[in-house]
Design a protein around this ligand. Structure first.
Ligand code: PPE
Length: 319
C-alpha cells in the first residue's frame, strides 16, 4: 500500500504518498485508538461523486467524540479534503479512508498530551469480498468470538480497536474455508459482519437485527430508503442464528462490500442457496443511487468537480 505514486491529505496538506509516514512510537499504534471511516466515490455521467460524504464525515466526528478525541478540523474542511484527495490523485471512482490518530508525542495509556493527526487517502478498490461475491454470493460462518458488549467498547464509534475483534472473526472464517464471518453479540443474538451490516428477507419483508452491538451502517440506512422506494417493508427485530438459517434471503451491506448476497451460513443453504430476487433488486437500486442514475437520491452525491452538468443533475433530482 505504501509504495505508490499519488498524494495523501495529511494534517491539512497534500503530501506525496510515500512521505505520509509516522513514527513507530505513535500512540495509536500501541493502544489501538484510531478513528476511521470508509467512503466511496463513484463515476457518474457528470464525473466522480462521493456517496453520502456528509454522513460519513458526521460519523467520523461522532466516533472521535465518543472517545473524547478532539479532531482539529471541522466537517467542512474534512469534506473539502476528501474532494482534494480525489482531484490530486485524478480519481473519480475510489475508496477513501479518513483516519484520525494520536501521535508520537507520548506513550502511556492516556492519550492526553499526544497530538491528534488526520489523514485521508484514496485509491481504486474494486470488490471487497472477491470479484464474484456480488454475483454468486458468499459463504459465511458464525464467529466463535462475540462482538464486544456495549459497555466494553462503544460499538457505534468506528475505531481501530474494534477491528481486532473483527480480525479474530474474519481470520477464523477464512482459515475454515468461508468467505466471511457473522458475529453475534454477548447475549447470542445476531449483530453484524466484521465490516458489514446484515439484512434477512422473509416473506418479501426485510429485517435488520435490532442490535446494540453493531455499527450504524450508512449503507444499511441507504438500503432502508431504497427498500421503501421499491415498496418493500423493512423492520428491525432481534435475530437469532436460526432466523438467518431459515430466511428466504440474506445479504451484507457496507461501503466497501456494497450489497453482497449470503448464500450459506454455517453450511446451511439460505433459501435456494443462490442470490435471491429481493437481494437483486436492492443491489440494482444501490448501483443506480451511487452512480447518480436515481433522480430521487442525487442529494446523496457530492461531485468532485461541481460543473454545470453536475449541478443540473442534483437540481433535477431535487425537483
Ligand atoms: N459494520 C462494521 C463493523 C463495519 O466496519 C462497516 C463498514 C459496516 C458495518 C457498514 O457500515 P457502512 O459502510 O456505513 O455501511 N466497514 C468499512 C471498513 C471495511 C474495511 O475492511 O476496511 C467499510 O465498508 O468501508
Amino acid at each position: 500500500m505504501h509504495d505508490r505514486d499519488g498524494f495523501i491529505w495529511y494534517d491539512g496538506r497534500l503530501v506525496p504518498w510515500r512521505e505520509a509516514t509516522t513514527h513507530v512510537l505513535t500512540h495509536s499504534l500501541h493502544y489501538g485508538l484510531t478513528v476511521i471511516e470508509g467512503v466511496r466515490a463513484y463515476r457518474t455521467e457528470a464525473g466522480g461523486a462521493i456517496f453520502r460524504l456528509a454522513d460519513h464525515t458526521r460519523r467520523f466526528l461522532h466516533s472521535a467524540h465518543a472517545y473524547r478525541m478532539v479532531v482539529p478540523f471541522d466537517a467542512a474542511t474534512l469534506e473539502r479534503a476528501h474532494l482534494e484527495v480525489l482531484e490530486a490523485n485524478r480519481l473519480d471512482e475510489a475508496y477513501l479512508r479518513p483516519l484520525a490518530f494520536h501521535g508520537s508525542e507520548k506513550l502511556g495509556v492516556s492519550p492526553r498530551g499526544a497530538k491528534v493527526h488526520v489523514a485521508i487517502a484514496a485509491w481504486p478498490w474494486g470488490t471487497y469480498l472477491g470479484e464474484a461475491a456480488g454475483r454468486t454470493g458468499i459463504r459465511v460462518r458464525t464467529a466463535s468470538f462475540a462482538r464486544p458488549h456495549v459497555n466494553t467498547l462503544p460499538p457505534r464509534a468506528k475505531v481501530g480497536a474494534l477491528y481486532t475483534n473483527a480480525i479474530l472473526a474474519s481470520v477464523e472464517a477464512q482459515d475454515d474455508g468461508y468467505d466471511e464471518a457473522l458475529l453475534l453479540d454477548t447475549e447470542g443474538f445476531v449483530a453484524e459482519g466484521p465490516g458489514e451490516n446484515l439484512f434477512v428477507v422473509r416473506n418479501g419483508r426485510l429485517f435488520q437485527p435490532q442490535s446494540t452491538a453493531a455499527l450504524e451502517g450508512i449503507t444499511a440506512d441507504t438500503v432502508n430508503v431504497l427498500a421503501s422506494d421499491l415498496g418493500l417493508a423493512v423492520g428491525e427485530r432481534r435475530l437469532t442464528r436460526d432466523d438467518v438459517y431459515l430466511a428466504d434471503e440474506a445479504f451484507f451491506t457496507g461501503t466497501a462490500a456494497e450489497i453482497v448476497p449470503i448464500v450459506e451460513l454455517d453450511r446451511r443453504a439460505i433459501g435456494a442457496g443462490t442470490p435471491g430476487p429481493v437481494t437483486r433488486r436492492v443491489q440494482e437500486a444501490y448501483g443506480a443511487a451511487v452512480r447518480g442514475r436515481d433522480p430521487r437520491h442525487r442529494d446523496w452525491l457530492t461531485f468532485v468537480r461541481p460543473t454545470a452538468e453536475a449541478k443540473a443533475l442534483v437540481h433535477e433530482g431535487a425537483a
